[in-house]
Design a protein around this ligand. Sequence first.
Ligand SMILES: [Zn+2]
Length: 394
Amino acid sequence: MNTTMAYKYRMYPTKSQASRLENQFSMCRHLYNWNLEERINAYKEHGKTVSYNQQQNALPGLKKERPWFKSVHSQVLQDVLRRLDRAYDAFFRRVKQGTEAPGFPRIKHFGEWNSITYPQYKEIPAVDHIKVSKIGDIKIRYHRDIPNNTKIKTLTISKEAGKWFACFSFEGVISNEPKPGAFTRTLGIDMGLIDFWYDSNGYSVPAPKHLRKSEKALKKLQRKLFPAKAEQDWPRFRKLKKALNKRHYRIKCQRNDFLQKSVNELLDKADLVCFEDLKIKNMLRRPKPKQNKKTGGFLPNGASAKAGLNKSISDAGWGKFLSILKYKAHGLGKELAAVKPHYTSQKCSGCGEMVKKALSVRTHKCLHCGLVLNRDHNAAINILRLGLQSQGLA
Ligand SMILES: [Zn+2]
């Protein structure tokens, strides 16, 4: 089966290469903004929509008008227009679904454009450098090989918190195909807020609180940012902004590290992992405020409590966890089963009777069969059973 994967490497451009790359970021940002404005104006003034193809066809004209755009690879420029096109598609999709704020594509301000993509990159990196058209050979730390039987599809160069990265996406047959029915070790996991997960054997991994811990430091920096802006103290403003970026970057690394390690730990123990198909997006949605019909004022609806819950959810990063789990499991020839999250925490895993309990009740106590278990452990056993049923194994 063909899979697409991506590997990311640290890159060390020279000063002149870095400034040329930053120049390209800036040109791409302007190109994005101009084309966004074109789309908005065409709609406002003539009720017309502008397509990706129309905007792409205008690129040669732009290069004549502003010759410095010739220093950016044509395909990189096309990718910018494709990003805009995708932003529009995503906007219309959200409008149609109506489950979240549509978020119209925005103008990108200075500092908000940090990557360029070569959509048809083919070169395999050398031991210590990569060839980048219009820039030259850039030093890279090629710490792991891109698998042999794959084809490189794209190269994205990005700058995060002052560090440079090259990210290759590649495609090919990467996995060992799983043998159905050959699983001897099976696990169900219940993903929660207190424990990141609880498995059907009763083992649990506590939820990481990296974000919460670093939040204080972030807030402190943020409080200093506004006075600096008000006083137009730009050197200080830039310094604070840099420190903020660094902290955000560190949190991102810590979280990624945690997720990779926990996935490895999980796949070490099981050949079939069953989990709940969580509609994380829906859970992250903020509830609409309820209006009091008599006074016209707003009633408390638990929005702030839910916001706290959301914080923990995004903190725990389940969505990212599942995507890492999916590609690692695939690569190792292991199987996953996503089950519907219906009644998994209310049902008794011992006798199958319903035992209703509020979210705050942490222990499952069954009055029918006398089973007493941690709430999430009980759910994990139910998830495992549903997963096995879905595979025809139970
Ligand atoms: Zn029971």
